[in-house]
Design a protein around this ligand. Structure first.
Ligand code: SAJ
Length: 415
């Protein structure tokens, strides 16, 4: 059993901060590292810069106890966990520059016996690439590609699988894939996760673990694409897709996901491209699913444009901006893309409702009106439901009867 007294978490975002906090709550001394000075200062005041249920209380507690300290530069630790973004560049190619920057930052403070875990979603081979960079920076230490199990520094890839909105529970309860570059690395990493994970730690090699993460999100993307494609077919054939799916799902072996305005977030809409980039000829369904999902917002925009044609300068009430229900995250949100597009067209007055934010994002300022749900529905000719936030359950159905309703989530539909 390896013992970890201090762990450095590189990247204090939606995954890094909750993971650092949970580790700290188990008595580990955690050094949280982020290049964002505002995030560092906020955390050191015991506050949070992201919204995730119950995270604020836990951060407050571990900072007060002295188990979590945030800094802008790393310092020595027993283990380093890297949870930095891996966006894609032009041509949907993975951008590993944040991982490379993390490698540069931790290299000077590495010492014999260290474990480095990469958690960022990564293309297959990224952990080996990270080990390659570190070996260049620290020629005085040995790494797994040089010395296997007896390397001075071990590396593992352990993807996170938590669902935004349920992070604190899923961090503890979910099974965890632990992919070592060596057997020793996997065992060390499993010991670290067992400090707070109640799920099972499943040991494998780093390449399989990298691919497993991409596979999980591609599975979901392909299944959502199937639902989105059904919604297009149903629109064309005059069928209610929500009823269709509900009926088909009564088959004991059918479980169709929900159509929506498109697939958002920084995971499902991104990760499948990493597979496509690695195996472009073979990844045909995965690529097509991405294209189907990326095309869905255009279909919604066309629906609104067609509806608006029936009015003179209609009021269009857009409900929701975030990438999915009950969160404040507007990044990679199809709802945002749709509203930005509608605001740029001369279709009518656009009203926007988003209960999870205080003010409009800069992209929309001055172009749309930010209002409460009741006011939006009251004024609207067209109601466009983009996000199934629970606050919208309070919308009075009888008010909708006299409006054109474009319900991208089947939120208002019931049998
Ligand atoms: N969506 C639909 N229809 C559905 C389900 C989802 O249109 O039936 C849309 C959502 O509205 C949203 C997008 O898909 O725009 C993604 O939402 P999500 O809830 O499916 O997933 P994420 O992106 O919040 O989190 C996913 C999760 N992966 C899987 O479920 C396989 C999570 O477990 C991962 O940890 C996370 O990606 C990640 O970080 O990779």
């Amino acid at each position: 059993m390896f013992k970890f007294n201090t762990v450095a978490m590189i990247g204090l975002g939606y995954i890094g901060l909750p993971t650092a906090t949970v580790l700290a709550s188990r008595g580990v001394k955690v050094i949280g590292v982020d290049v964002n000075q505002h995030a560092v200062d906020t955390i050191n005041r015991g506050k949070v810069h992201i919204v995730e249920p119950d995270l604020d209380g836990l951060v407050h507690h571990v900072v007060k106890e002295g188990n979590l300290v945030a800094r802008t530069t790393p310092q020595e630790a027993d283990a380093f966990i890297i949870a930095v973004p891996t966006p894609f560049m032009d041509g949907h190619k993975p951008d590993l520059s944040y991982i490379e920057a993390a490698a540069r930052a931790i290299a000077p403070v590495l010492r014999q016996g260290n474990l480095i875990i990469l958690e960022s979603t990564s293309p297959v081979g990224a952990t080996e690439q990270l080990a390659g960079w570190l070996a260049e920076y620290r020629t005085d230490l040995s790494f797994p590609q040089q010395a296997g199990d007896s390397a001075d520094v071990q590396l593992a890839y352990c993807p996170e699988r938590v669902l935004p909105g349920h992070v604190l529970r899923e961090l503890v309860e979910n099974d965890r894939i632990v992919g070592g570059m060596t057997t020793k690395a996997a065992e060390m990493a499993a010991d670290l996760y067992q400090i707070f994970v109640r799920g099972e730690c499943l040991l494998t090699d780093s390449r399989t673990a990298e691919m497993a993460k991409l596979t999980e999100n591609s599975f979901r993307d392909v299944n959502i694409a199937f639902a989105n494609e059904l919604s297009l077919i149903s629109d064309k054939l005059g069928i209610n897709v929500w009823e269709l799916i509900e009926l088909a799902n009564r088959h004991p072996r059918v479980n169709i996901l929900k159509p929506g305005p498109g697939v958002g977030g920084h995971c499902i809409a991104v990760d499948p491209w990493f597979i496509v980039d690695s195996a472009p000829k073979e990844a045909r369904i995965i690529r097509t699913a991405r294209e189907v999902n990326d095309n869905k917002p255009h279909h919604v925009i066309e629906q609104v444009a067609r509806a608006a044609d029936r009015f003179k300068n209609p009021v269009i009430a857009c409900l929701g901006l975030s990438f999915k229900a009950d969160i404040d995250d507007l990044r990679e949100s199809p709802a945002m893309d749709i509203v930005v597009d509608l605001a740029g067209r001369d279709l009518g007055r656009v009203l926007v409702v988003e209960p999870h934010i205080d003010k409009l994002p800069a992209k929309l300022e001055g172009k749309v009106e930010f209002v409460a749900a009741d006011e939006a529905i009251e004024q609207a000719d067209i109601v466009l439901l983009l996000v199934d936030h629970k606050q919208f359950k309070r919308v009075r159905r009888e008010k909708l009867q006299t409006r054109v309703v474009i319900d991208t989530r089947g939120f208002f539909w019931s049998r």
